[in-house]
Design a protein around this ligand. Structure first.
Ligand code: BJ8
Length: 431
């Protein structure tokens, strides 16, 4: 355990230059440090190689922002996104940076509720509030953001967000027929054209091929981490694994992939030695559902504080982001874009209908991760996940998989009630 208090580094001058509300943001920075210290650094049997990811949190509002500003200075695009459908390979091929801007904090929601309705998804409100309140340095450095039409809350919010930051929108098809794939390919081409327009140069075939290989390496490193978590005892906590999956959305991809692989080497040694973060008697839980954006650690914290270990996240900040890679055999630009489109059409978000492949995927990941129960997690007012939950529940009933469904937001109000339900669920698994 660390004797020195963990702190998220402060860069008030730089934040001021970015037009932020520095006084307010600094309070959020301090709170993040305190929460991180309590939730992450208090864990026992933590892998040594988590030090890199701790440093990424310590420098989340400073060091990484400086790196992004340097990219921006070289006239390369810095693009903010809110969905794993936005093809980051294209931004990387243009020499730019792609940053996930989904909001996972209750702190920015009051800013959003000054304009947005209260009864919409907290992820959308949190993200919008970060920009409206000028309390997120990432939102301040992006050249533009790319939204999508996955859900109603998002697509209507983009119209308002556009007043604060240039906001473009990709149309995501709702079905997966040949004509939907054709639509998506056209959207991908438009996205590429927009990125090229911003940086004033064309993306070459070689650059796209290199970017595809790079992002594949990142996804493969995360796949490796997921496979290692399937060991009993689990070599890493679910909280730490979720943290890494969250950092994947803002770190530099080459370095990130290397650091995840270094961590995996250490985890492989642990597995070999039969060492884990929790005893073999700890219930192994898979979490499935809506993404948990930084710093949303609510459910993992409740589960692991109650003695469980989370072994998988079937979510966009989880396996849905990295389970598929792009075929690297495409030569021409047309072939590469076709391969990219095929990979992205395999994402099984609940915004599609029908989406039975997700039900199959949940069961597959459950078996692969050697979990003993599934906790389905829906953010409040996320209709597609909330309704698709019925099919996941039915599948779990058919397969006699212990199952708990939770719908919640970012507030701490329901923590006591959730704790009781989670404890009862874990007891049921232990019986
Ligand atoms: S591909 S899961 S990242 S849309 S949780 S904002 S859907 S109301 S996040 Fe998502 Fe892309 Fe799908 Fe993944 Fe709307 Fe639901 Fe909120 Fe959501």
């Amino acid at each position: 355990m660390n004797s020195k208090k963990f702190e998220v580094a402060a860069y008030p001058k730089m934040w001021e230059g970015l037009g932020m509300d520095v006084a307010r943001f600094d309070k959020a920075r301090q709170m993040l440090g305190e929460v991180y210290d309590k939730l992450f650094l208090s864990q026992t049997e933590r892998p040594r190689k988590m030090a890199y990811f701790d440093a990424m949190i310590a420098e989340i509002f400073g060091g990484r922002i400086k790196e992004i500003l340097a990219v921006k200075k070289s006239a390369k695009p810095v693009v903010g996104t809110f969905c794993v459908y936005i093809p980051e390979e294209i931004v990387v091929a243009a020499g730019g940076v792609c940053i996930g801007l989904c909001g996972g904090s209750p702190g920015s929601i009051p800013d959003a509720e000054k304009i947005l309705p209260r009864n919409i998804c907290p992820m959308v409100k949190s993200a919008y509030g970060f920009k409206a309140g000028r309390i997120c340095p990432y939102f301040q450095v992006v050249d533009f953001v790319y939204g999508e039409t996955t859900c109603d809350a998002k697509k209507k919010t983009w119209e308002l967000l556009d007043r604060l930051v240039p906001t473009h929108v990709m149309e995501i098809p709702q079905m997966k027929r040949a004509r939907d794939r054709a639509l998506w390919l056209e959207e991908v081409k438009d996205f590429k054209a927009k990125v090229e327009d911003i940086c004033g140069s064309e993306i070459s075939e070689d650059n796209l091929a290199g970017a595809i290989r790079l992002i594949n390496r990142k996804r493969l490193a995360l796949q490796r981490l997921t496979k290692l978590r399937a060991n009993i005892p689990a070599p890493i906590s679910g909280k730490d694994a979720l943290l890494i999956e969250q950092i994947a959305f803002y770190d530099e991809p080459e370095r990130f992939a290397a650091k995840v692989n270094e961590l995996c080497d250490e985890l492989a040694e642990r597995v070999e030695a039969g060492r884990g973060v929790a005893g073999p008697e700890s219930p192994r839980i898979m979490v499935s559902g809506t993404p948990m954006a930084l710093p949303n650690w609510k459910i993992h914290n409740l589960l692991e504080s109650a003695g469980a270990v989370v072994v998988n996240e079937e979510s966009c900040i989880g396996t849905r982001y990295f389970k598929d890679v792009i075929d690297e055999n495409g030569g021409s630009m047309a072939e590469q874009l076709a391969n990219l489109t095929d990979r992205y059409m395999r994402i099984d978000c609940s915004c599609f209908t029908p989406n039975d492949e997700r039900v199959e995927q949940v069961l597959r990941e459950y078996r692969q991760s050697k979990a003993q129960g599934i906790l389905h997690y829906s953010l409040q007012f996320c209709h597609t996940y909330n309704i698709e939950e019925i099919k996941i529940r039915e599948a779990c009933e058919r397969e006699a998989i212990p199952y708990l469904s939770i719908e919640t937001d970012y507030s701490a109000e329901d923590t006591g009630q959730l704790q009781t339900r989670i404890e009862a669920f874990l007891e049921q698994i232990g019986d």
